[in-house]
Design a protein around this ligand. Sequence first.
Ligand code: ZN
Length: 260
Amino acid sequence: MRLVQARWFHRGRISPIRLIVVHSMEWVERATTAEECARMFATMNRQASAHACVDADSVVRCVRDQDTAWAAPGGNSDGLQLELAGFARQSRKEWLDAYGNAMLGQAAGVIAGWCRAHKIPVRKLTRAELRAGKRGITSHADISAVYRRTDHTDPGTSFPWDVLLGLVKDELGGKDDGRDDVDVPDWKRPLSWPPTTKGDDVRMWQRQMRKRGWKLDVDGWYSGADEEVCTAFQRDSKGLTPTGEVDERTWRAAWTAPIT
Ligand SMILES: [Zn+2]
């Protein structure tokens, strides 16, 4: 991935990353739009930047994840900023034309990588959730509405969130991969793991949880969304402490809890 370092940004973070903030560049859709936007961030006098710029055929990084970009006051310190080619005034149909579809595919790759790396659930936050400090995906418009420090409304009211988030889930292997439970070892074996763990044990736990009515993806990746499910499950279960970590007791309970 190319990095064209933006001129204006803070080195480091004062808060842990919890948000992915989606913007539209308000810039025409061309093959070179991401490159042009990145060049602008690298050279302009106006104090603004983003972590990545996306067009239909490329992604250009402008600020490293661990540094703070200046794009959405109120959501800068804990946000990752993504600039999409296009305009906030676009209709749904315009967002989903050939250029838009290709661009959303590129964007989904970036967002999936961020969700995975920073344990951000693939979920568009409501304004109430944003205000409450939840982790997830949001827009510049919602940052403006909640924190009242800018008046930007991008990426607009017709932005196809359903399509973008669907593509992100596909990237993350959101669908059950259909593997059977035949390889389940002795579930009484003490097993525990912290968040961000990956592997077949995670997959087995996810499948057990899903059987019990919990909504999560059977992808073998213990993401932020899984952590939330785990915490809720622990809260609902007698004798478990809501830690968000699958400890020995939580692991066993996933097999012994009633199937609803
Ligand atoms: Zn914006």
